[in-house]
Structure formats: C-alpha cells, structure tokens
Design a protein around this ligand. Structure first.
Ligand code: FES
Length: 111
C-alpha cells in the first residue's frame, strides 16, 4: 500500500501499488480534470509532484507533456502508476466551471 496526499486539499488515501493518480484522486473525492476519461489523449490531467516523489511513480504517457513540464515534475495523472508514497500538488489545477451540459437544441432538415 502507498499513501497519496493531495494538497492543498489536504486529503489522503492509501492505495494499492499500480493504482493511477487519477484513480486515487477519484477514490479520495478529489476532482482532477479528465475530459478523455483517462485515455491518455487530452493532457488535461497534468499534476505536479515534488522531485523527491517522482521516483515513486511509473510515469507513462509523456506525449502530452512539454519537456519543461517533465523537468518540473509534471505527470499525467491518468497514466502515472503509484509505486510508493507521494504528495500531489494540485494548487495549479483549476476546475473548469464554464462547461455545461446541453439540455436544449435545434435540428434542421438538410435536403
Ligand atoms: S485524462 Fe486525458 S490525458 Fe489524462
């Protein structure tokens, strides 16, 4: 088991090794934006880990990250598997509050 701490939310959870950061966040009730639902294609689930914790994740899916972001400790939450205790910095993750589900619409016949 590994302890995952999400800050500044101050929420923590113990998870099995191999769990992704996104899965751990969802289990802890922490929302990380994930429009592709963990398919590894949108790059919106970027989270930052302190350098000392980078050794405790198996980070895949670097195709959505800039080289500078990797150097700063960013990983994709949906593809980073936890292998030891980590602290996840979500202080820069802003929730998108502008998206809404469409409940009305129009259709047109195209001849
Ligand atoms: S949720 Fe889309 S890349 Fe992680």
């Amino acid at each position: 088991m590994a302890e995952v701490v999400f800050y500044p939310h101050n929420k923590s959870i113990n998870v099995k090794e191999g769990t992704t950061i996104l899965e751990a966040a969802r289990s802890a009730g922490v929302i990380i934006e994930s429009p592709c639902n963990g398919a590894g294609t949108c790059g919106k689930c970027k989270v930052r880990l302190e350098r000392e914790f980078l050794q405790n994740v198996l980070a895949k899916g670097k195709h959505c990250l800039l080289e500078e972001e990797e150097k700063l400790g960013y990983v994709l939450a949906c593809e980073a598997q936890i292998t030891g205790d980590i602290k996840v910095d979500l202080s820069e993750n802003k929730q998108n509050t502008t998206l809404k589900i469409l409940s009305k619409g129009q259709s047109f016949d195209i001849a």
